[in-house]
Design a protein around this ligand. Sequence first.
Ligand code: PLP
Length: 368
Amino acid sequence: MLLLIPGPVTTRPEVRAALAQDIAPWDNEFKAVYRRVLDRVLAIAGGIPGQHAALPLQGGGHFVIEAAIRTFVPPGRKILIPTTGRYSESMIRLAREAGRVPVVLPVAPGHPTDPAVIGAALEADFSISHVGQVYSETGTGVIHDAVAIGAAVHRAGRRMIVDAVSAFGALPMNVAAQQELDAVVFSSNKCIEALPGIAFAVCPIDRLKQCAGQAGSWSLDLSDILTHDARPRFTPPAQIVAAFDRALDFFDAEGGREPRLARYSANAMTFYDGMVDLGLTPWLPRDRQGPIIVVIHAPADPAWNLQNFVDALKARGVLISNFFNTPTPSFRVGCIGAITPDDMRGAVAAMDAALKEIGITRREAACP
Ligand SMILES: *Cc1c(COP(=O)(O)O)cnc(C)c1O
């Protein structure tokens, strides 16, 4: 089965095989794996040993986003969150429920966040301490320029938390070059192509120490994780960490981040062009289409039914999401994971056949 959802992604059999062992978390052999994983994450983030730390947290993206907000944004203080889509909504809710004050900055659906608008919003309200930015908005496929937005945050003298959950390992990230960053966060099951169960934050060590004690949560306090010096705090998902380490071997063998991004971009463009050839309409124009996920408008044919389409595709060996996160009806296809442009061509052919099977003749967009 080809899993074309933007996480958890299609993984290699060698990565899945790393689960098939019993592990004692305190065992020296596993402790070395744990430490090595954190060193490798720090290197991919562009962190400087001794100045930055990679911090593991069991769970997924939402857990580590909440942990970053709790650790760095003081209780009752404001965090500016541009409305990129589905995942900015998550960040807004996580901030509010943690007792921080989200300040919502409207961004037009399907458009990138304008760094100048961020700068102006920060100048207009000096009580905002942080900006919470989604880097790759998995709801639409739009990439938000974390470097240019970070520069605006830096000029305004504020701090930034980046949700890089669907970006890390593919899109550029250099925490040492972006001094305004308090945290970059991601999870194991997206562009690193490992299995779900653990998430990571990369943070400046001096900021972690300054912010110790304000999280209002023991389990979600990144400062507390730092004090454990790369030793597991509570029972870690040890098999998931072992599989993550194995996935990083394949990341290195591929040549690292840039070749991985090139493969994902080729996947996305192959799929995008294939959809246009089938008479379907991508949700984003080509110049705003990112490499992580491609969203396609639901066809106008009255016979359209997303679950029927998903079922007809699954019978052909391709599994996509049975929901969408855009304001108008669509279906979404992940271009990340252990997959190639050939797989995307196979998916396009399967979609053509599935559309015919469920009786779709009018393929133009229902709500263009
Ligand atoms: C997947 C994703 C998340 C949420 O991750 P979970 O592991 O489902 O909690 C958050 N942000 C972005 C941008 C994502 O793609």
